[in-house]
Design a binder for this molecule. Sequence first.
Ligand code: HEC
Length: 213
Amino acid sequence: MPKPLIYILVVLSAITLVPLAYLALMRSTDQPVPRIQVVYDMDTQPRAKAQTVSDFFSDGHSARRFPEGTVAQNEAATDDAYAFGKQDTTWITHLPVPITREMLTRGRERFDIFCASCHGRLGDGKSLVHQRASSLGEGTWTPPADITAKTTVDRPSGELFDIISNGVRNMPAYGPQIPVADRWAVVAYLRALQRAANGQLEDVPVDRRNRIQ
Ligand code: HEC
């Protein structure tokens, strides 16, 4: 065989190994980019990050708002007392749902998750967040209310429900995070906390009073 032909054969066989070597490399390297992608299908598409600006929509927001009046299927308001805590224009004073032990347990769990960070697990407002914010002394902190105090005890249950749903003064709304049934459970548990915080000796059965002095 002539020498040049041998060289050409050697070079050609070396070149045929290149794609295989490339495949082997792509299979073993740990890269964030796709390995080999011949057809892109819909793997990469333009997208907007949350809470950013977009020039696609006329209002410039990347995130879309719900159309006005949208409600979750299971929260369509057919009963104003249950959905808003209001009958016509007055707050309802009693819970529109029966109070059960399960409900109170659920209410305590939700309270500890959503409210205790600010109001404390007893509802007296003495939470760690409050202590920390006060110790920073920045002067901008609104102390979480003592929600076992008389002013709050005197509020109708419907108003407490509304405060959880929509917030009050400096307190943010928890309606978007806590479903309606759970909000009522929190109101029920809040009533239990208020009852406990304002307990009197007269609340204890007569035959047990001498045990707590
Ligand atoms: C981020 C902290 C924070 C969380 C969490 C929070 N609150 Fe509040 N809450 C406040 C502050 C602060 C106030 C007082 C607002 C003001 O006076 O401007 C307040 C006020 C209230 C009041 C009104 C008290 C009154 O009678 O005027 C109620 C009732 C209440 N909160 C209940 C709740 C319940 C129930 C939850 C849980 C679902 C909750 N809060 C979660 C900070 C919080």
